[in-house]
Write a protein that binds this ligand. Structure first.
Ligand code: SF4
Ligand code: SF4
Ligand code: FES
Length: 348
């Protein structure tokens, strides 16, 4: 097939960027990485990009296609060629470009190491003196996080990192959850304290781009939600984000609604609420703020209270609850698609 690519070239010495177009013949099964190899071998040997495994394992070949992060060795070119599209290839975002499609991964690895991505001492001897046995239910909590190949595609797309480069970011936090959720790790509380600091979990804007772009299904945003749930379960709730989430739960439990009028005093405190009074009054004048008294109680508030108590009784208010919810949704989807109901938690 005849392939056309536009590639953003970056000359570090001259500090110049240029969009260059290449056209060449490639086999029908070619991936984007195969096409870059053809450009480098046959057209311009100075093109710089990273690669190693060619099979979505090493995480080296992250880059952007049409502004969205991809693994070059995963992306098949045939449908793109058939659509008559000429994709624009550029380096990943949120990391400094070194040359062409190669970025400096130092900030990425610094955050990775800040997570202490190894088991911390403190776990007891295994009951049988030989090995730690962990239930499948507990392993499911960190199953997705264990699939990460450190490619950086999530970091490339993270909106919070774009406005705050110090934000720990989706990759590092997913790695953190990998260890927070492991019952053998002895530093869970310290880890959660660290991740609740400035630039930590509550700075995520929940844009979900990291979930969308991760080529391995790690779903880093879900990992951050699990870290939030674990923090709350451990009573680490000093951050405004945590107070925000806590108020939503109280609000849903007591009235069945999200009482947003009370959100600011409950999360930011009375002083901040007074400072926002002018803004609140202008919203109220336009009918955007329902009066807090008497509170609006939903007709079937009993349902929301029952749900709250069920979760509490089952002790599922940490990451386990999130994973249980994911599996329940999958079971419902499976039943709807096939007409077969199952209690098998593995059913997809
Ligand atoms: S959901 Fe959060 S961590 Fe993920 S890309 Fe958006 S801001 Fe970043
Ligand atoms: S979470 Fe996904 S996108 Fe992010 S580094 Fe790991 S594998 Fe890559
Ligand atoms: S070359 Fe290893 S993931 Fe693409």
């Amino acid at each position: 097939m005849q392939v056309a690519l536009k590639i953003w070239r970056y000359d570090t010495k001259a500090g110049e960027r240029a969009l260059k177009e290449y056209e060449f013949d490639a086999p029908e099964e070619a991936t984007l990485l195969d096409c870059l190899d053809i450009v480098k071998d046959k057209i311009d040997g100075s093109l710089a990009y990273r690669k190693s495994c060619r099979m979505m394992i090493c995480g080296s070949c992250g880059m952007r296609m049409d502004g969205a992060a991809v693994l070059a060795c995963q992306k098949r070119m045939q449908p793109i060629v058939e659509a008559g599209h000429v994709p624009v290839i550029s380096a990943m975002g949120n990391l400094p470009i070194l040359k062409d499609l190669v970025v400096d991964m130092t900030p990425f690895w610094n955050k990775f190491w800040a997570m202490k991505p190894y088991m911390q001492p403190g776990y007891g001897e295994p009951a049988d003196g030989k090995e730690h046995i962990i239930s499948p239910e507990r392993m499911r909590v960190i199953h997705k996080e264990s699939l990460c190949i450190n490619c950086g595609c999530c970091v490339s797309e993270c909106n919070s990192m774009e406005s705050d480069p110090e934000f720990l970011g989706p990759h590092a936090l997913a790695k953190g959850m990998r260890f927070v959720g492991d019952p053998r790790d002895g530093a869970k509380l310290q880890r959660l304290e660290d991740y609740n600091s400035e630039h930590g979990i509550w700075d995520c804007t929940r844009c979900y781009f990291c979930n969308e772009r991760c080529p391995k299904g790690v779903d880093p945003r879900d990992a951050i939600a699990k870290l939030g749930a674990e923090s709350m379960a451990e009573g680490i709730n000093r951050d405004m984000g945590a107070k925000h989430a806590k108020w939503f739960v109280t609000s849903a439990k007591t009235t069945g609604w999200l009482r947003e009028t009370e959100l600011v005093p409950k999360t930011q405190g009375v002083v901040s609420a007074i400072k926002e009074m002018k803004f609140a009054l202008s919203l109220a004048r336009r009918g955007k703020v329902p009066l807090p008294f008497p509170p609006h109680v939903a007709e079937r508030v009993g349902e929301s209270r029952k749900l709250y108590h069920l979760v509490k009784e089952q002790g599922r208010d940490g990451a386990l609850g999130i994973v249980q919810g994911e599996h329940a949704l999958r079971r419902i989807e499976f039943a709807e698609q096939t007409g077969v109901t199952t209690s098998d938690p593995e059913a997809k």
